[in-house]
Design a protein around this ligand. Sequence first.
Ligand code: FE
Length: 172
Amino acid sequence: MITFMMAVMMLVSGAAALEEAMGHAQQVKNPYYSRTDTTKLNVPDSEWKKILPAQVYAVAREKDTERAFTGQYWDSEGIGTYYCAVCGNKLFRSDSKFASSCGWPSFFESSRPDAVTYHDDTSYGMNRIEVLCGRCGSHLGHLFDDGPQPTGKRYCMNSIVLEFVPDSTIGR
Ligand code: FE
């Protein structure tokens, strides 16, 4: 019985390791990912679906929203840069991130004017401005007018489509 339980446990940990390895392979397999190339991408969703993890695809390409207070970055305070998790485009610097009680990572400005693009979103009976990645066109979140100075804007983003790289890792 003990041997059987050990075999089950080994199987479970083996499956977890395999899943992690596959997740890593997926990231490596993304041929469009670059933190330096700003050339606009025009990749069909059918292609992204093969490359992206399901939860990233749901937000980035199907405009899903992660539940408030569940994402990785809503209350993180590290110093560094936030990139698009889909294509590697530089989106936000941590010095434009502010503590927001909304449950999603919030910024008052993007890292450069064309880092993101905007689109009128009238879904769900609301009038909102959708924020998309300026390089790959993935859905990132929405823009609101209740942010702090100097811009008064609040870029309300989904953690899952962001990838934070701390400054301390540069040069390592
Ligand atoms: Fe992108």
